[in-house]
Design a protein around this ligand. Structure first.
Ligand SMILES: C[S@@+](CC[C@H](N)C(=O)[O-])C[C@H]1O[C@@H](n2cnc3c(N)ncnc32)[C@H](O)[C@@H]1O
Length: 320
């Protein structure tokens, strides 16, 4: 698969030829991906699968399983005991582990639901709004939220609720300006890491694709920034490798919205991106832990009141 375009692309990421070649080799011979699960109930002391030794930063609710395990086929999966996800997603969401006392959170690009479930089960906010603009992906999101024991809460649980919506980020920004203490943007991207999962992603290294995605990401993160409450957090993630969709988006955000500041994530220090001086973290495909991910955490430095979200606001939105 090592095309001329991939080589040119890699030259922009790596000045060191041996490192560049390791990156390219991951496309020719993808390292095997261990199945991974996020426990949605307290993990049993006797796990139903053989578990790999944890990474130092690995959340307690996450198990990386031995190769060949098929957690999706187990009865515990059907009853929602856990959610199957790529370990790269755990990496990308892991900065959330350093946050506490988050009462209101929104996942702007939520389907199929991995980061929402990670947020719900690790931070237990009072309100988690899971938004997905693409109609046909909503069904999967809803099904996963229901299966993994977070939807269909009783009326008595109105303070603790998880709600799915289908709103454009621009509308969200208008309706919920500065209302969320945590905003997740797991942005749609060129999807280069899908190549390691034997999927076809035509044109994913082409500059037209990268620019188109970067423009969409700026629009999404720009609107998402407006949702962040004073002192609140914004987590930006992708599963692609280009500079345009990752470090450059972060630089753009900080320039356009100077009241945001990058937040270091001490447990990811070993994964600092060599492509920026900002605290941005990358899991590379040749590191053998997953197909790859990018993650960066920001905080709104403004002081002031958090916009309250009323029952009426919640009733008015497109509750699915
Ligand atoms: C990387 S996926 C999200 C994965 C999800 N966070 C998870 O962990 O399961 C990106 C999502 O963004 C959605 N999306 C596409 N275009 C969008 C847009 N213009 N604004 C917001 N979301 C968009 C896609 O439908 C897709 O579900």
């Amino acid at each position: 698969m090592s095309s001329k375009l991939l080589k040119q692309f890699s030259d922009r990421l790596w000045s060191d030829p041996p490192l560049r070649d390791r990156f390219i080799q991951a496309f020719d011979q993808p390292p095997p991906l261990h199945p991974c699960i996020l426990w949605c109930e307290d993990p049993p002391s006797e796990r139903p699968f053989t578990v790999e030794p944890p990474q130092p930063w690995q959340p307690e609710r996450v198990d990386r399983l031995s190769l060949g395990a098929q957690p999706g086929k187990h009865s515990a999966h059907d009853r929602g005991a856990y959610y199957c996800l790529d370990f790269s997603s755990v990496f990308a969401a892991s900065p959330l582990l350093q946050l506490s006392d988050i009462k209101t959170a929104i996942d702007v690009c939520a389907a199929p639901g991995g980061k929402s479930l990670f947020t719900w089960h690790n931070l237990q906010p009072d309100l988690l709004l899971c938004n997905e603009v693409v109609g046909k992906r909503l069904g999967t999101l809803m099904a996963n939220l229901r299966r993994c024991q977070v939807a269909n809460l009783s009326e008595q649980q109105v303070r603790t609720s998880i709600i799915a919506t289908q709103l454009d980020p621009q509308l969200l920004a208008q309706d919920f300006s500065q209302a969320f203490q945590l905003v997740l943007v797991d942005a749609p991207c060129s999807g280069q890491s899908l190549l390691l999962k034997q999927k076809k992603v035509p044109g994913c290294f082409h500059k037209v694709t990268l620019n188109r995605n970067a423009n969409r990401q700026k629009r999404i993160i720009g609107n998402a920034a407006q949702l962040v409450a004073p002192q609140g957090y914004l987590l930006y993630m992708t599963c692609t490798y280009s500079l345009e969709e990752n470090e450059q988006i972060c630089q753009w955000l900080l320039k356009k919205y100077p009241h945001f500041q990058s937040v270091p994530v001490p447990h990811l220090l070993d994964y600092q991106s060599h492509l920026t001086h900002l605290p941005c973290y990358r899991l590379w495909p040749h590191q053998g832990l997953g197909a790859g991910a990018f993650t960066a955490l920001f905080q709104n430095q403004n002081l002031g009141e958090i916009t309250a979200i009323s029952r009426e606001d919640l009733a008015a939105i497109n509750r699915l």
